[in-house]
Design a protein around this ligand. Structure first.
Ligand code: AHR
Length: 497
């Protein structure tokens, strides 16, 4: 029996809905086919956006979407993607698969997508190959209400009203594909570029995001923060977030491993590497604390998720991979970690939305499947906008000789109606566990549960789209809390009234 202790009166911070954010890049079949099929497609669409995909994402309460990259962002010139479609530049997407990019999905289409989804917008600007002027004009095009060359251009393109830009990223991976810069050089560029991301509209304060580290590159965080914060007392809102990218790669970058064909060792290795996220957040936070002790700058984990070998027979540059119960665990563990660190982590964006890496949705022609990862996000939406609650779960180490992980992971929040939301992951691929939940000072009147579980390699295909799904789950109310038995390989959500 493992005990889960919950102290609902001790709340520990706000869980931004953006912790469950997503990322979409002009990469493989993410934007084209996966989201945007064009107005003339036989696939049911609204203004070119797939109806089935938009509906599924709305159901999941997608809170924020990042676009257009990724590495694509630092090669993207936004003016290529506006105006009449027939006049838009056609080019090769040299970074991803060498395919034709016809720019038919650009800024106005992204804003239409965000409108349909009802989510926040996160635009990633181009520092690597773009100018300050280009970046500043993009912001003017999107957000300026009055008379100006860029606002007039937007109006001429049929969009009278300015858009809301919630987040703006000043470059992506500028330590790598975004220009191979050193941290002090980038830090100075950040200071300069962000100056011209103007808040034209008092109702649209843009959250500016500085490019942060690749995984455990702590020197990047230290030098960038030091450079940006030097003599910055009179800067206001010059940095609202610092990004962090960390992917779960089961083996190494040359031999990442298959998404579906794996054994117990791979299972535990993957979960072990996923758990490294907690150390990364702790260590980057400690560095950020030196310059920003009041936690005004959010740590934005704006790329995370599993990265496997591509599905056999698919374009290696498209990063298309399947998604199993193992991915459900990776999602559940990471989302629990983000919840527990919500005092510093203000946004996180899984990579990527559709058909790329750890996607919530896969498509093939007119068919669509929701992946195990989708079902986890759909359950965890109950945490959005809640207060994190003090909790602790007893655990033991399970796994193989090489890879040991704690058997259980959890986080707990309280919503506006006072209901508790408990999410628990069972990392063991063989054993179920009895869990006794002790909830201080709460008379429980009702508990409902839902669970995503299956054998470790189970996944959804276009022929069998429901193999992994959400099922209802029973927990027993006791004098002090709850009692339940969590099966192996599972992610559970309980709602307690
Ligand atoms: O998500 C795929 C790629 O991974 C992104 O384009 C890049 O930012 C990261 O290296």
């Amino acid at each position: 029996m493992f005990k889960l202790f919950i102290n609902p009166k001790n709340t520990k911070g706000h869980i931004n809905p953006e912790l469950q954010g997503h990322f979409s890049e002009h990469l493989g079949r993410c934007i084209y086919e996966g989201i945007y099929v064009g107005e003339n497609s036989d696939i049911p669409n609204v203004n070119g956006m797939r109806k089935d995909v938009v509906e599924a994402l709305k159901e999941m309460k997608i809170p924020v979407l990042r676009w257009p990259g990724g590495c694509f962002a630092d090669e993207y010139h936004w003016k290529d993607g506006i105006g009449p479609k027939e006049g838009r530049k056609k080019m090769i997407n040299t970074h991803w698969g060498g395919v034709l990019e016809d720019n038919s999905f650009g800024t106005d289409e992204f804003m239409e997508l965000v409108r349909q989804l009802g989510c926040k917008s996160y635009i990633n600007g181009n520092v690597g190959s773009g100018t300050v002027q280009e970046m500043s004009e993009w912001v003017e095009y999107m957000t300026f209400e009055g008379v100006s060359p860029m606002a007039d251009m937007r109006k001429k393109n049929g969009h009278e009203e300015a858009y809301k830009v919630d987040y703006f990223g000043v470059g992506n991976e500028n330590w790598g594909c975004g220009g191979n810069m050193n941290p002090d050089y980038y830090g100075n560029l950040y200071r300069r570029y962000q100056t011209y991301i103007r808040n034209y509209n008092p109702e649209n304060r843009i959250n500016k995001i500085c490019c942060g580290a690749n995984a455990g590159d702590y020197e990047w965080t230290d030098v960038v923060m030091k450079t940006c914060f030097k003599n910055a007392e009179h800067f206001h809102g010059f940095m609202n977030g610092l990004s962090l990218h960390y992917y779960t790669v089961p083996n190494d970058w040359m031999h990442k491993g298959s998404a579906t064909e794996f054994n117990e060792e791979d299972w535990y290795q993957t979960l072990n590497k996923t758990l490294f996220m907690e150390e990364l957040i702790n260590r980057h936070t400690a560095i950020m604390d030196k310059y920003d002790k009041d936690h005004k700058v959010g740590l934005m984990v704006d790329e995370w998720g599993t990265w496997y070998d591509v599905e056999p027979g698919t374009n290696p540059g498209f990063l298309y991979q399947q998604n199993t119960v193992r991915d459900a665990l990776v999602a559940g563990i990471n989302l629990n970690i983000f919840n527990k660190h919500c005092d510093r982590v203000k946004m996180a964006n899984i990579a990527q939305l559709v058909n790329v890496l750890q996607s919530v949705i896969l498509t093939e022609g007119s068919k669509m499947v929701k992946t195990p990862t989708y079902h986890v996000f759909n359950m965890y939406k109950a945490h959005q906008d809640n207060e994190l609650v003090d909790s602790f779960i007893e655990s033991e180490k399970v796994g193989t000789e090489k890879n040991k992980v704690p058997n259980l992971s959890e986080s707990v929040s309280v919503d506006k109606d006072g209901k508790l939301h408990i999410t628990v992951c069972n990392l063991s691929c063989t054993d179920a566990y009895d869990v006794e939940t002790l909830i201080a000072d709460k008379k429980i009147s009702n508990v409902t549960g839902e669970i995503v579980t299956g054998t470790m390699n189970a996944h959804n295909t276009f022929d069998a789209p429901d193999t992994v799904h959400t099922e209802s789950f029973d927990a027993e109310i006791t004098a002090d809390g709850l009692k339940f038995n969590i099966p192996a390989c599972s992610v559970l959500h309980l709602t307690v009234e």
